[in-house]
Design a protein around this ligand. Structure first.
Ligand code: SAH
Ligand code: SF4
Ligand code: F3S
Length: 460
């Protein structure tokens, strides 16, 4: 009889250790979890101590220049460790691996294996191969390579089950925003079959996961190219009716593909959390057009209004960048005006940087570093005030939170999140982890709220 994956997970005792360092977006977090699951089946347990690891796996991000630099400096620091312990295997995956491929092996002679973004599933076999042959390898399957199945590694590693788990529903991106490297390193958009996604969610909830985060660079266009005619809205409905998920979130959505049907889901689907991350990038139409975003600032604001009308309790966050080539002071002011108009609950803001393959790296009128810095701090100052005010408006309200674990402040408190994704810290016993409870919000800070528990239980 072929043992099931569950049986394997229980029977193989860990004798070797894996250290994972993940840079970049949640899609990399998801791939890192898959690497843990695959290598767990080969007897590797996760360690937080790099010095005792047999394998170091770096999952890398290339979206901004600074993100890529972090990877290079991290790799540089591993040189010494490899010299002292030649049997240590160092593996680099993710978007920098895809971008640089063999060049990484040439530049860092202490690297053993480079895995492109479509090569993660092969990590187990390739590690065995390099251990046997002592050869260093770069594995970069191209777009035409058969789509790897996720079926084999759907079950979380026992003992590592968190309250929230990510599930990638699509890979790649076809949008080609002019500043962005993602379509080149993650390839064309490809959706996972619905049944496979449902099975993964079922496996996760059966293991104790309460909240699922659906991932993709543009989840709204989910389903294009699948045999079965299922769009993103259908997928959300099927998750609501066919799984046990308590809470559902998704990221990222593209404003041009945010339909009225999807907006309605926030009002109709009880499991869907009332929070939307909708990157806007800029408030000036001329910048948005040169970015190839496919909407105007007014159209963006209209979608936010429609969202708030359908669901008044909705929280909205976005990504925005400053210093896109040709961004004038007037363009930048329009971004500030948009922030004032929309009043985002939270914002992620970046300095533009040129990226390989991205069209905008050839655009004229680059904005100098000093101007970018000044614009970024002005924008962040404005948003910090809005975020704090929005948090303060929560004080006195009673909110339902899903309790996730100990607070990051390590002060003995527990931490959970509201449907709107606000972090609430409170005093409570560990038995509450994984439960949905009501808390009264008693204080507000820049990045979190303070709550008081002891109220009646919710049952999400
Ligand atoms: N798919 C998402 C986000 C992808 S990358 C979307 O469509 O918005 C995450 C964020 O990084 C982007 O939203 C953008 O704000 C930022 N980003 C991407 N390329 C960048 C670049 N070249 N310079 C600075 N920021 C960039
Ligand atoms: Fe990049 Fe645009 Fe695709 Fe987002 S939608 S990943 S910003 S190309
Ligand atoms: Fe970075 Fe790749 Fe994600 S470039 S943002 S890790 S898709």
């Amino acid at each position: 009889m072929i043992p099931t994956e569950n049986a394997l997970l229980k029977t193989i005792p860990a004798s070797r250790f894996l250290y994972v360092k993940t840079f970049g977006c949640q899609m990399n977090e998801y791939d890192s979890l898959r690497v843990q699951r695959i290598l767990h089946c080969q007897g590797y347990a996760l360690t937080s101590d790099m010095a005792s690891a047999d394998i170091i796996f770096l999952n890398t991000c290339s979206v901004r220049e600074k993100a890529e630099q972090k990877v290079h400096s991290f790799l540089g620091r591993l040189r010494h460790m490899k010299a002292q312990r030649p049997e240590l295997k160092i593996v680099v995956g993710g978007c920098v691996a895809q971008q640089l491929g063999r060049q990484l092996l040439e530049r860092f002679e202490h690297l053993d294996l480079v895995l492109g973004t479509r090569g993660i599933a092969a990590i187990g076999e390739l590690l065995e191969a390099i251990q046997e042959t002592k050869h260093r390898l770069a594995h970069l399957p191209d777009e035409e390579a058969p789509r790897h199945s996720y079926e084999q590694h759907l079950t979380p590693v026992p003992g590592t089950v968190a309250v929230t788990a990510p599930v990638t529903i699509m890979q790649g991106c076809d949008n080609y925003c002019t500043y962005c490297i993602v379509p080149y390193v993650r390839g064309r958009e490809r959706s996972r079959p619905v049944e496979e996604i449902l099975r993964e969610i079922q496996a996760l909830t059966a293991s104790g996961v309460r909240e699922i985060l659906l991932l993709g660079q543009n989840v709204n266009s989910y389903g294009r190219g699948l045999d079965e005619k299922t769009g993103f809205v259908d997928l959300l409905h099927r998750i609501q009716t066919e799984t046990e998920v308590g809470r559902l979130r998704f990221t990222t959505s593209h404003p041009k593909d945010l339909t009225a049907d999807l907006i309605q889901c926030f009002a109709d689907l009880p499991c869907l959390c009332k929070r939307l991350h909708l990157p806007v990038q800029a408030g000036s139409d001329s910048v948005l057009s040169r970015m190839n975003r496919g909407y105007t600032a007014a159209q963006y604001v209209e979608k936010i209004l429609a969202l708030r009308q359908a669901c008044p309790d909705m929280a909205v966050s976005a990504d925005v960048m400053v210093g896109f080539p040709g961004e004038t002071e007037d363009d930048f002011r329009k971004t500030l005006q948009l922030l004032e108009a929309v009043q985002f609950d939270n914002l992620f803001s970046f300095r533009y940087s040129d990226r390989p393959y991205a069209k905008s790296s050839e655009f004229p009128d680059k904005v100098d570093a000093q101007t970018k810095g000044r614009r970024l701090s002005e924008l962040q100052h404005l948003q910090a005030g809005i975020t704090l005010l929005k948090n303060q408006m929560e004080v006195g309200s009673i909110r339902e939170i899903l309790v996730e674990g100990p607070s990051h402040a390590a002060n003995g408190q527990l931490s959970g999140r509201t449907s709107q994704n606000r972090v609430v810290n409170f005093d409570g016993s560990k038995g509450l982890i994984g439960q949905t409870i009501y808390v009264k919000i008693v204080a507000a800070f820049s990045h979190s709220l303070k709550g008081e528990a002891g109220l009646q239980r919710g049952n999400a």
